[in-house]
Every structure is written in C-alpha cells, then in structure tokens.
Ligand binder design. Sequence first.
Ligand SMILES: [Zn+2]
Length: 222
Amino acid sequence: MSHRRPAPCSRAARLGVLVGAGALALGAIGYGVGVIGEGPSIIPGPRTGGALAPQAAANGVDQAGAQWSPASDANYRPADRPNDYDIDRIVVHVTQSTAPIAEQVFRDPGHRAAAHYLVRADDGRITQMVREHDVAYHAGNWDWNNRSIGIEHEGFVDQPDRWFTDAAYRASARLVADIAARHDIPLTREHIVGHNEVPGATHTDPGPYWDWDRCMNLIQEI
Ligand SMILES: [Zn+2]
C-alpha cells in the first residue's frame, strides 16, 4: 500500500525533528525523540482476530523471561501467523531514544508504529510489546511487516559505546536465536536484517556502528 515516507531515524535525531503524534506529545514535555519504528504513516488494517498461543495464557509473552508491556492496538494488526503469513525474517532496529520513551510511544495509539520486542541497553532486559503471531508496524514495508518480527534496541545509532553494550548484544542474540528456532528461520544475514536493509527502507538504523559480525557470532554460538 502507498504511504507517506517517514524521515530516517538518524536524520530525525540529528535535526531534532519530532515526527508523529506520540513523539510530538513527548517532545512537548521535554523529551527529544526521533522516529521510532516506521513512523506514523502506516494505516492499520482491519482486525482479523488471531488466537492466543498457549503460552500467552500463562504470561502473555512468547519469549521466556521477557516482560509484557502491550503496544497500543493501533500500532499493530492482529493476525494468526504463521497460519496466514510465514515468518521468515527478523528485523534489527535501534530506537533513537531511551527504552522508556520507546515503550511510551509504542503504547501511544498516535504513533502508528511498534516493534515486537525492545532490548534495554544497560542490562539486556527484554520487553515484549506485540505478540509474535501479530503483525507489528515496524519495517516501513507492508509485505515485510507481514513476514517479520521486529526487535528494537535501546540507544542512538551514533553513540555505540554508550548504547551497544555487551548485555544488549548478548540478550539480543538469545532472543534472535529463540525466535529463529520458534519459526524455523535460518541464522543468516539474509534472514536477520537491519531496518536499513528492508526493501524501500527510508530508515538508517541500526546504523554503521552496529557490529553485525559480533551479533551473528553470538547468535550462532547459542
Ligand atoms: Zn528501525
């Protein structure tokens, strides 16, 4: 579907541009935040139902140990993956914000974007915000949203020493490996991609300082 293209994450951050109702609201109370997820441009589709997986009844998450903090239902589309769409890609993002701000905007219906997971920098804590069977609006590409799971990493693309921590890489690797095992996704760079590598991407995250070799080595060691 056609949609207005959001500004790239890094450009938005560099210019201090605030995009989207959620970001605007937060900016108004003093936070600086760029575009998180794909921005406010994707119109949600109709609700299609989607049964909860058995483990959801227990704790509401797909990933063991994750905390559950549901995104606004304006920021994803209920679905029944993999029955309606195969999941064969994992998309790596960097939030261009702190984790609390990212969580706040993903809960804001005005943001119109969210990822399935958010990884905190300092300790690798994982928060799940959209169930894996649902389609989160994170990739900026309708088909890729349908086929992928999105992981946001707290931080800023141009501050790797502060935000791309060992704890975050290790927690992310465990999460990617577990998602891949659940959905039979090959552990290769063809299937584990950066947001910037999504066809038609206008976002630049995770940026040039994301250490893909380290990331993939950790994933394959698990
Ligand atoms: Zn992104």
